[in-house]
Design a protein around this ligand. Structure first.
Ligand SMILES: *[C@@H]1O[C@H](CO)[C@@H](O)[C@H](O)[C@H]1NC(C)=O
Ligand SMILES: *[C@@H]1O[C@H](CO)[C@@H](O)[C@H](O)[C@H]1NC(C)=O
Ligand SMILES: *[C@@H]1O[C@H](CO)[C@@H](O)[C@H](O)[C@H]1NC(C)=O
Ligand SMILES: *[C@@H]1O[C@H](CO)[C@@H](O)[C@H](O)[C@H]1NC(C)=O
Ligand SMILES: *[C@@H]1O[C@H](CO)[C@@H](O)[C@H](O)[C@H]1NC(C)=O
Ligand SMILES: *[C@@H]1O[C@H](CO)[C@@H](O)[C@H](O)[C@H]1NC(C)=O
Ligand SMILES: *[C@@H]1O[C@H](CO)[C@@H](O)[C@H](O)[C@H]1NC(C)=O
Length: 501
């Protein structure tokens, strides 16, 4: 296909209509004394502002910024305002001053992160591979070629429904890549699920899918910190090369408008706390909450051999290269410094999330199984005693054993020295779930896949410094379909930061 000739300059922003985006309000932790408040507007806002206070009736404070950003083909501006000087683990009310809707919102509320070292038990929700629900995504129908098990049954509750109805059960939501699946616009048209547009007009469908997703998520994201990382579906508009087999066409990156390459929407939409964790944008960063240190990694680019092009991680995914033209080994050097600095007496738990797995019951296919990721990250996970590694990418759920360098830890969950691995890419998106390989890998401990037709999310519960439970929550009825508890003695050697066992 020829590259689109549609002008690359900023397109006029569309007026409000029934399909128009809401304000897509979302918040993100910024230490235990700050909260990043982000929302979208149709127009550029010279001074985005948020009113806030300790009581609903008295939003007597105002925080502002000059950050109101957009990109070619977007229908909105992304406004980002950091509220600073808050107390940890405290509930505040807030309301952005400039909103998209004519409706009058009641003030929203959020609770700041737990203070570092707070040993109060708490839970968090984790998803990966969560797409738009409804007429542009996962619904009770799909296009040609989608297995019947992979659509919703009439009345079936989705992962978004489940996250909304469970908001009392978790403190924040962590989305480990693949957010909305806007790059599925082409596949959904080729399969006859969405009406056909031209390649030139495709960006409208792409942006509409993004807007639908952020609209749907607002009940959660306006109330709970929403921490995100990059997946392959954030990278560009062609889903790593979508094929129209009937017409013998394989589309490639050249069909993408400038706003749909290089993680552009993802970079504009979010502001993760990399500034205070010396990370890089929304790509790699860390944060603490209570007794846990959380690390978001980027499995799509910058895998420690300097520039990693699409070929190295498989397919054309991740195209667009380094998010900020990072220096050689920038991510891995950052990871080691971050791990080295963790004070295990304050945050005994270290939890890592990265989109692509390397331990999974799946054919050993580059692109799904990320050996480059294993090469650069696993040695550091072992060296610094990372407790749990979460991933998605494959649309299955598999809980693995603790493993180090492909060897199962003989202690299993009873004080292992190796990191524990869990892949949960079963949150749901347009064409549903994948199959686990049969027979499963020796390290597989529990799995659910397309044959089980169950969408779900992960709940982590930190009981204390030694016990952590992972639950798989079925979205349709909030039932716990798998539960496992890790025991770690978390004894440190006391010599500096080095971790001993
Ligand atoms: C905070 O907002 C949620 C809705 O997002 C609401 O259910 C809850 O009652 C509010 N909490 C307080 C303390 O007002
Ligand atoms: C859209 O175009 C594809 C070919 O690119 C075709 O297979 C499909 O049937 C068309 N769908 C509709 C709804 O026209
Ligand atoms: C499909 O296209 C390729 C190159 O564009 C060509 O080599 C091949 O013969 C085509 N296949 C069919 C079945 O037309
Ligand atoms: C991707 O974005 C970065 C800035 O974030 C820029 O330096 C780089 O040139 C972009 N790459 C492409 C292929 O557009
Ligand atoms: C999987 O494939 C990679 C190359 O893509 C190879 O290096 C590795 O040894 C294989 N691993 C297994 C367990 O077969
Ligand atoms: C998942 O489906 C497989 C195949 O039908 C079945 O053997 C297995 O018991 C199911 N697992 C659960 C937890 O229902
Ligand atoms: C930690 O929590 C686990 C699970 O609730 C409990 O069995 C254990 O006794 C607790 N340990 C301590 C030291 O409180």
């Amino acid at each position: 296909m020829k590259k689109s000739t549609v002008l690359a300059s900023l397109l006029p922003l569309v007026a409000a209509d029934s399909d128009a985006p809401n304000s897509q309000i979302r918040i993100a932790y910024h230490g235990d004394d700050g909260m990043m408040v982000s929302w979208n507007t149709f127009d550029h806002v010279p001074r985005p502002s948020v009113f806030w206070g300790r009581s609903k009736e008295h939003l007597t404070n105002v925080a502002s910024s000059a950050v109101s950003v957009t990109y070619p083909t977007s229908t909105t501006y992304n406004n980002h305002v950091l509220i600073k000087g808050l107390r940890p683990d405290t509930t505040y009310y807030y309301l952005p001053a400039q909103l998209n809707e004519d409706v009058c919102y009641e003030p929203f509320n959020f609770t700041t992160s737990r203070r570092v070292g707070d040993k109060t038990p708490f839970s968090v929700a984790v998803v990966a591979d969560l797409g738009t629900m409804g007429p542009k995504g996962l619904s009770t129908t799909a296009g040609t070629g989608v297995a019947p098990n992979n659509v919703l049954k009439p009345g079936e509750k989705t992962t978004v429904d489940s996250l909304v109805s469970s908001m009392g059960d978790y403190e924040f939501l962590w989305h480990v890549g693949d957010i909305a699946y806007a790059d599925y616009w082409l596949k959904e048209e080729i399969q006859g699920f969405l009406p056909n547009t031209t390649v030139e007009e495709g960006y409208k469908v792409y942006e509409a899918i993004l807007n639908d997703f952020y609209n749907e998520m607002m009940p959660v994201t306006a109330a709970k910190a929403y921490m995100v990382g990059p997946g392959n579906h954030e990278a560009n508009c062609d889903n790593g090369g979508t094929s129209d087999k009937a017409h013998n066409i394989t589309y490639d990156l050249s069909i993408c408008m400038p706003g749909q390459t290089n993680f552009t929407g993802f970079k504009n939409h979010f502001r993760m706390p990399s500034d205070i964790s010396r990370g890089t944008g929304n790509f790699w960063y860390s944060w603490n909450s209570g007794m846990a240190h959380f690390i978001q990694l980027d499995t799509e680019t910058d895998l420690g051999h300097g520039f990693i092009g699409p070929d190295e991680i498989g397919g054309t995914e991740g195209e667009g290269a380094s998010p900020v033209n990072a220096k050689m080994n920038a991510q891995v050097n950052w990871l080691e410094a971050d791990l080295k600095a963790v004070d295990r007496s304050a945050t005994p738990w270290i939890i890592v999330g990265g989109h692509r797995p390397w331990y999974l019951s799946h054919a050993n296919v580059t692109g799904t199984i990320c050996w480059s990721c294993k090469d650069v990250f696993e040695p550091l996970f072992i060296k610094y005693g990372v407790d749990l590694v979460l991933s998605g990418h494959a649309h299955v759920y598999e809980r693995q054993a603790p493993i180090a360098d492909q060897k199962i830890d003989p202690k299993e969950l009873n004080n292992p020295t190796s990191p524990w691995y869990i892949t949960n890419g079963a949150a749901g998106h347009y064409d549903g779930l994948d199959a686990l390989q049969s027979p499963r890998q020796e390290y597989s401990r529990f799995g659910l896949d397309t044959s089980n037709a169950t969408y779900g999310w992960s709940k982590l519960t930190f009981h204390n410094a030694t016990h952590l439970t992972h639950d798989f929550i079925a979205s349709n009825n909030n039932a716990v379909l798998d539960s496992a508890t890790l025991y770690k003695s978390h004894k440190t050697t006391g010599n500096g930061h080095h971790y001993g066992w």
